[in-house]
Design a protein around this ligand. Structure first.
Ligand code: ADP
Ligand code: ZN
Length: 531
């Protein structure tokens, strides 16, 4: 490859205007860029779409030498480098997808000082070969992208990131800038400690994404609910539908296509070429829906994603925020929609219990899940709750652009219902030494003489038929909220219900259990933006 001549830039504003073609800096970009050009370390927290890339790309152009960018997004390096080259920036990358000859060429460019930016994968940087290479050229800065990957208790830990603590020891004079779109105060402190960014200046942008409308609805008939959402509010729009499993991705992509909505699948089980092709089509064509596992999306820069729909519960608030954050990067109104039901809680609790991690790992996973459940069950503003999770204050007590603000949910005193449900579980265990799933307890409360009820003579239980004041779906809501609150637990292969230490508090009437009234789907839609 023949190397292009460098673009002479006099300062940060000059680079912004002439190389990137933007008239002015956004938010804290100017401050960050000037701080790094001056040789300072920085820790940058900025939401997706906030403009993190320029924060290191411009200093790399202004400072002498090559800016080394550490990024886990190997699949995107080629695209990122191509985009920079179109602007005349001398960029290249080193990762495991290249053969020896390609690597040699890139290495030669770096050593000769012919690169403004060099992207490397974290696992590469840990090797002696790459470290020796870096010693042979001039480095202007290190940019550590997706820095939250260094956090062991975060939701996206990557062990290779731990080795990045050596950057400071090996190249003490090179400024470092760590960037992430997701971090609680605890994660931020962990990033600073693990990357030895003790003297770094922290830049924290607001995590609020006012153009995103957050909605979390009870999952009744997910397919129909999804179709309704896309047809009534997002016809012809591009969007992402997240599912937990590969099978579910395939099933829903097919379902949408059959119903006249152009959709593509994306998950780690597809071969690399299909994945790349589907991703490229999603980026380039208009109005495509990507049905995907969370393997899809990191680093995807498509400004006009109008909706992100979750058909399964995300494992953490960080994950939810990151995934929903892919909607509306262009600032136009967008929807973050999540359908969530009893089965989600059951499934995720089970996944945690049966995971191979140690106790600390499982506790951490449970903590992440509990925070996510709290967001789902809240009766106050979703945005407020979301920002509070990231230790930020909401602009107002009521945002006016989330489901709980648009259609305030009623809460009701569910203590008696909770007691009825818990006594059923208690009696099954105590009188019969039996454990059943949620469905059987609900049938018993409703006084339904199903085959299974007759077979086990559950119609002889004292609690049989004492819960007819609620409908089946409402009882499922009660079970879900009890599970979410830790007053009830699931166990074993058949997800049987069991009491917890906290169940007694409810049974003895020591606590009041306030519950969210399930809002019928019709009413939710009437209250939404499109009405
Ligand atoms: P992040 O990495 O924080 O998600 P990006 O760096 O990809 O965000 O930037 C998001 C979008 O905003 C990109 O399309 C980028 O070109 C654009 N952008 C960034 N800074 C500016 C600016 N100062 N003026 C105009 N557009 C900008
Ligand atoms: Zn709100």
């Amino acid at each position: 490859m023949t190397s292009a001549p460098p673009i002479p830039v006099s300062d940060a504003v000059d680079a912004l205007n002439r190389v990137f073609g933007y008239p002015e800096f956004r938010g804290q970009q100017r401050e960050i860029v000037e701080h790094v050009i001056g040789g300072g370390d920085a820790l940058v927290l900025m939401p997706t779409g906030g403009g993190k890339s320029l924060c290191y790309q411009i200093p790399a152009l202004v400072r002498p030498g090559t800016g080394v960018v550490i990024s886990p997004l190997i699949a995107l390096m080629q695209d990122q480098v191509d985009a920079l080259r179109t602007l005349g920036v001398r960029a290249n990358f080193l990762n495991s997808t290249q053969d020896l000859e390609e690597r040699r060429l890139v290495e030669a460019e770096f050593v000769a000082g012919e690169l403004d930016l060099l992207y490397v994968a974290p696992e590469g940087l840990g090797t002696a070969g790459v470290q020796r290479l870096l010693d042979r050229g001039k480095i202007s800065l290190f940019a550590i992208d997706e820095a939250h990957c260094v956090s062991q208790w975060g939701h996206d830990f990557r062990p290779d990131y731990l080795a990045l603590s050596m950057l400071h020891e090996r190249w003490p004079d090179v400024p470092r800038i760590a960037l992430t779109a997701t971090a609680t105060t605890a994660t931020r402190d962990e990033i600073a400690t693990r990357l030895r960014l003790t003297d770094a200046r922290h830049f924290t942008a607001s995590f609020d994404r006012p153009n995103i409308q957050y909605r979390i609805v009870p999952k009744n008939e997910p397919k129909r609910q999804l179709l309704d959402l896309l047809r009534t509010e997002h016809p012809g729009d591009a969007g992402i539908v997240y599912c937990l499993s590969r099978a579910s991705v395939e099933k829903h992509a097919e379902f949408l296509t059959q119903n006249g909505i152009p959709a593509l699948p994306y998950h780690a089980g597809l071969d690399a070429r299909t994945r790349a092709r589907n991703q490229a089509r999603f980026l380039r064509e208009e109005g495509l829906v990507m049905v995907a596992t969370i393997a899809f999306g990191m680093g995807i820069d498509k400004p006009d994603v109008r909706f992100v729909a979750h058909l399964d519960l995300p494992k953490s608030v960080e994950g939810y925020y990151q995934e929903t954050g892919r909607a509306g990067r262009d600032g136009l109104p967008s929807t973050a929609w999540l359908a969530y039901g009893l089965q989600d809680v059951v499934q995720q609790r089970k996944m945690i219990d049966s995971s191979e991690g140690d106790l600390a790992f499982r506790r951490n996973a449970a903590r992440h899940l509990d925070a996510m459940l709290a967001l789902c069950e809240t009766v106050s503003c979703r945005r407020g709750q979301l920002l509070a999770y990231f230790d930020q204050e909401a602009p107002a007590a009521s945002c006016g652009n989330c489901d709980t603000c648009l259609t305030p949910p009623e809460s009701w005193d569910g203590t008696v219902a909770a007691q009825k449900l818990l006594s059923t579980v208690f009696r099954l265990k105590k009188e019969r030494n039996q454990k059943f799933g949620a469905g059987q307890s609900i049938d018993i409360l409703l006084g339904k003489r199903t085959d299974k009820v007759s077979q086990f003579r559950h119609d002889e239980l004292k609690v049989f038929g004492i819960g007819t004041e609620l409908r089946d779906t409402e009882w499922r809501g009660v079970v879900r909220q009890l599970l979410a609150g830790g007053y009830l637990a699931v166990e074993g292969e058949y997800s049987t219900l069991v009491l917890t230490d906290r169940s007694a508090e409810v049974l003895r009437g020591e606590v009041t259990v306030m519950m969210r009234r399930e809002i019928p789907v019709q009413r939710l839609r009437a209250g939404s933006r499109s009405s």
